[in-house]
Ligand binder design. Sequence first.
Ligand code: ADP
Length: 302
Amino acid sequence: MGKICVVGSLNMDLVATGKRIPVVGETVLGETFKQVPGGKGANQAAAMGRLHGDVAMIGKVGEDAFGEALIQALAEAKVETKDVTKAPTSTGIALITVQADGDNAIVVVPGANAELKPADIDAAKATIEESEIVITQLETPMDTVTYALKLAKKLGKVTILNPAPAVRLKDELIQNVDYLTPNETELAILSGMPTESQEELEAAAKAMMNKGVKVLIVTLGSKGCLVIDENGTRQFSAFKVKAVDTTAAGDSFNGGVAVALAEGKSLEEAIGFATKVGALTVQKAGAQSSLPTREEVDGFRG
Ligand code: ADP
């Protein structure tokens, strides 16, 4: 089984619930509080660890208790954390207030994630060298993501970019991506084209393929995913399950794809595996806490 290296973000989500979100200048009494490990990079790494992937994380936390807790959470998911280093700033956080009707208000402070620099990628070069797959997202600086993908390709690695949160991407970045995995909203932003109808979706996907992506996997929530590669376009359906909370569906799906590819599975098998992982994730509340184990995925029959 090949090793997977995740270059990405780690955040602590601080979630307070109450009757309603306060207005400017107001203080309200809340009801519950939870501290939940998150960040797309860390979520994807944790997903892979729980799926028995051989996975290492490259990222940055602050010199505070949240940083320690995030490293601990990854270690518990069997993710190698020696390349998660510390910056003299705060750990990335998301301050989330949820009111009784479920609506929320969120402040994200990238903190140490914004300090992940190309020099950190160089410092972790040995980890990239021993990996077969390098996967990254867009919650760390664009020049670092671009640098990591370029270095990975130079070293002959397979690269996966989960382009979230989406922005228009430079061609030099896209040319270093083997697998691009947007959801349909992200595809609309990447391509600058609408993705509402099936025709629009396929046209936007083809436009991205023309930029040099080898395999495009567009996730479509309960509608499954659209896959385009040199063999053409095909659609894979999702499992019919009762979705409780779709947080981290995309992160777990990406983790599933990476683990299956690292095990030498075909693209079709990898999609099938990741679709099970996504279906299990949406049946539980939370982000890292909702990620399924390998045993749950292998035992899942839809
Ligand atoms: P994101 O979280 O990035 O928006 P999606 O919502 O497209 O990602 O979900 C990723 C994958 O997870 C889907 O392709 C699908 O396989 C699975 N999934 C997501 N939502 C559901 C659902 N409601 N029922 C079954 N599977 C789902």
